[in-house]
Design a protein around this ligand. Sequence first.
Ligand code: HEC
Ligand code: HEC
Length: 491
Amino acid sequence: MVRVFMGSLALSVLIFTGCNDSTDIDSEISTLVQKYELTGDPLAGRDIPSVTDAKVKLGMKLFYSKHLSLGMDAACASCHHPFLGGGDGLSLPIGVEAVDPELVGPGRLHKSTGHYYDGGPTVPRNTPSTFNVALFDRTQFWDARIESINPVKGANGSVGTLLVPDSSDFDRTLWDSNVVANLPAAQANFPVTSGPEMRGFDYGSLQTKDDVRKYLVDRLRGLNGDLNATAISAWLEAFRDGFSAPGADASTLITRENIFNAIGEFERSQVFVDNPWNRYLKGDKNAISDKAKRGAYLFFSSYEDGGANCVQCHKGDFFTDEKLYVMAVPQIGRGKNGDNTTEDYGRENVTLNEEDRYKFRVPSLLNVEVTGPWGHDGAFVTLEGIVRHMLKPETALQFDENSLFQQGILVQCKDTKTNTERALQRLQENRRVGVSPHRSVNFSDEQVDELVAFLKTLTDPCVKDRECLKKWLPDYDSNESKALDLLEAKL
Ligand code: HEC
Ligand code: HEC
């Protein structure tokens, strides 16, 4: 009796749920989730430092200190601020020689007396977020010019050898991860050597990148005569705290490796993955709306099934395969070819291989709602804009630079149309010869809305909550913060 009763109950549940739209979409998503091996737990197997760790706290001070720029007018946080999604909210950044160095985000302008002034931003590429950099296993930068040679899943580049720029982006060298701890630590060595980002254009006697790094080490040790006594002793204390070495001296503690490894640890503590999508994957079927579920279906399903197959590049729980593709995002700004054109050949500038022209690394989409403007040069000022582009890059030909100006973003766009046309031709050629897996699809406005709704489920609420983010900001009331000249950032 009982068995029959149970059986018919189970059957009626099946019939009932079979008629329910929401359950249908849940099961369709569930099939895709299994196919793409999504777990809802991007941190599994990763070693993530806590924001309260001693070394992370030291890294925070270095990250916010203007002492790491030769002219003492820019810090990492001038472009990577937690309140701006770990970026700067600009299409293209301004590092040194800002009109107001304390102003971060929209309104930050290049001083008219600054080097290479053209009215617009000085740096040729958009600032990626430092949030979740602990989740990269292979690469750093839009052109992946920092790479882990034998990437191990979950290791963040902490195993084996790293391939990094040497005298130029295409002349690269090997660093041992026993010395340079991981990908973010390696990356942190570079902004300080970049003219428009932090180095500036004075100090002509410092010719190589290593000359600049050594100068900065000497500065923090108090050897250059450009810091006052309060600052010098504050740095020594900060390093003693950071490495729990109360008696150690400056030459033992303040080393290049310690500086950049500590900055890397601070960045690696900026993990924001507690989002509705992951809660949904872990079983809370109400964590995201039906509209977002339809968006998820479009994101993960194949072209044949009416989807956009975004997952073929935005793979896994981190939403990137860390590989490089041509997507023909409209090219704005100064360009990065170093040849007085406004072109940016992307990966080709690293490999000098023509086949890599216009390729850029797939960005993660976690917290993408707050990391705009979007694309390697920030050409898109709305999330909807970049989504429409991903669906159909041919629309780049209708790119309207006024969309930037309307947001108060001044960027030079004199060659945008011709540069973009060339990138688009390359995409079409790559498709023709089977190098690009991308296909354009025509989606309705409603479907675009659904995709955007899905992407917004990748936002960890903490990244929109200044109270929650405060842990990643220094204590500005302390005397130490003043001594170390930490950027206060008006925003
Ligand atoms: C002037 C603005 C600016 C400053 C200052 C700056 N960055 Fe960046 N950062 C950028 C830009 C632009 C890129 C992308 C460059 C590229 O890919 O060619 C970038 C890339 C990165 C990345 C790579 C992220 C990824 O997705 O691969 C990390 C990490 C990072 N910066 C950390 C730092 C640290 C640490 C500092 C300080 C030592 C710093 N940045 C200073 C603008 C800035
Ligand atoms: C063929 C690989 C590929 C496919 C398919 C693809 N993307 Fe991308 N996506 C990229 C690359 C590469 C970039 C960076 C391009 C650039 O800036 O030049 C990118 C950038 C983005 C960005 C900007 C992120 C940022 O931080 O700036 C968003 C959002 C995005 N893609 C969403 C999507 C969506 C939604 C789909 C499906 C409709 C999709 N992508 C399909 C490769 C792909």
